[in-house]
Design a protein around this ligand. Structure first.
Ligand SMILES: NC(=O)c1ccc[n+]([C@@H]2O[C@H](COP(=O)([O-])OP(=O)(O)OC[C@H]3O[C@@H](n4cnc5c(N)ncnc54)[C@H](O)[C@@H]3O)[C@@H](O)[C@H]2O)c1
Length: 320
């Protein structure tokens, strides 16, 4: 096996929503790797505990208490990084929450709050860091999408839309970032919630967490039994190594999304099939489209376009 040296020593990493669970684990991971860490959260005491933990272990960290959903709050997080540590090398957009309900029960507030924290939050913090990264020709942004953006579950339409939006941000930021040394990738994590002491939750606590996050009996029954059978393998600590790699100079990929959980790390990608084309320039009838639906649906010979130009050229092939 070829070992890759993932060196983060001296880098300045902003982790949003780092007061607990996944964000906290990333913050501790960055600190252990020698990075200076900006611990953002809306919960000041949670962020302070993580800063204390890092400092007690001999690391370097500062808290930045602000909401990522608010452009001024997001800017203040990056200002804390620059003011305290002189720059920003890494942004991990992790802050977020679910407000689950079936489609008919999704209030405008439940939609807006979830779009705000995931899409707007990831946008604002990344945009605030962008000029600093661009001017020095180096930056790494790790976005947090979700399997739910691509592979749906009931009662999570707002979250699916928000996390799909984050995937869109990942692709678009990566394209613009490539010429200026900024790489942007996304995680689709599967990780168990941790309790307030950051221990794996008991069955009861896990049930309460599921109720408060997903909150519908039907979702719970949808999740059973295959989802719950794998629960003991969804250790959140398994996500951190991927985050550290994507945040490092060793990482050469950009614009990609990675499913991570239960010990596996896998690329998730959007692909386009070869499709069907009607000979000539006449528009086909709806019946002709229907008659060719098998070819339209086929995944044989599908490609993974890098950008719109590649997709456009593939679509415009004149072969039938
Ligand atoms: N746990 C999973 O299996 C899973 C799966 C897919 C995606 N995710 C995503 O990973 C991220 C972390 O998940 P988690 O399970 O650790 O979440 P969590 O709810 O345990 O922690 C999120 C943290 O973000 C903070 N936060 C909330 N709103 C904020 C805001 N506006 N500004 C700053 N901080 C804010 C919270 O206070 C909390 O400390 C989230 O984006 C989540 O949607 C998690």
């Amino acid at each position: 096996m070829h070992w890759m040296n993932v060196d983060l020593a001296g880098d300045v990493a902003v982790v949003t929503g780092a007061g607990r669970r996944l964000g906290r684990l990333y913050a501790l991971g960055f600190a252990r790797a020698g990075a200076k860490v900006v611990v953002n959260d809306v919960d000041a005491s949670a962020a302070a505990r993580v800063v204390d933990e890092i400092e007690a272990a001999g690391g370097n960290a500062v808290a930045a208490i602000a909401s990522v959903s608010d452009p001024a709050g997001a800017a203040s997080i990056v200002e804390t990084a620059v003011g305290h540590f002189g720059t920003v090398d890494v942004v991990v957009n992790n802050a977020g929450f679910m407000r689950s309900a079936y489609v008919a029960g999704l209030t405008p507030e439940k939609l807006q709050d979830v779009l705000d924290v995931h899409i707007n939050g990831s946008f604002h913090v990344s945009q605030a860091a962008w000029p600093v990264m661009r001017d020095k020709g180096y930056g790494r942004i790790v976005m947090t999408s979700s399997g739910l953006a691509m592979f749906p579950m009931p009662a999570t339409a707002n979250y699916a839309a928000a996390k799909a939006g984050v995937y869109g941000l990942t692709r678009a930021f990566a394209l613009e970032g490539a010429p200026v040394g900024i790489q942007v990738n996304a995680l689709l994590p599967h990780a168990n919630p941790l309790d307030d002491d950051n221990a794996l939750m008991s069955q009861d606590e896990s049930q309460r967490w599921t109720d408060s996050n997903w909150g519908t009996p039907a979702v719970e029954s949808y999740l059973q039994p295959s989802f719950l059978e794998l629960a003991h393998r969804r250790d959140p600590a398994l996500v951190t190594p991927l985050v550290l790699y994507l945040a490092s100079r060793a990482c050469e990929v950009t614009g990609e999304a990675f499913a991570v959980g239960m010990g596996r790390y896998a690329r998730v990608f959007v692909s386009e099939g070869r499709g069907w084309r009607q000979p000539g320039d006449e528009a086909p009838s709806a019946e002709e489209v229907g008659a060719n639906i098998e070819r339209i649906m086929s995944t044989e010979g599908a490609i993974v376009p890098r950008d719109l130009l590649e997709e456009h050229a593939f679509l415009g092939r004149t072969e039938t």
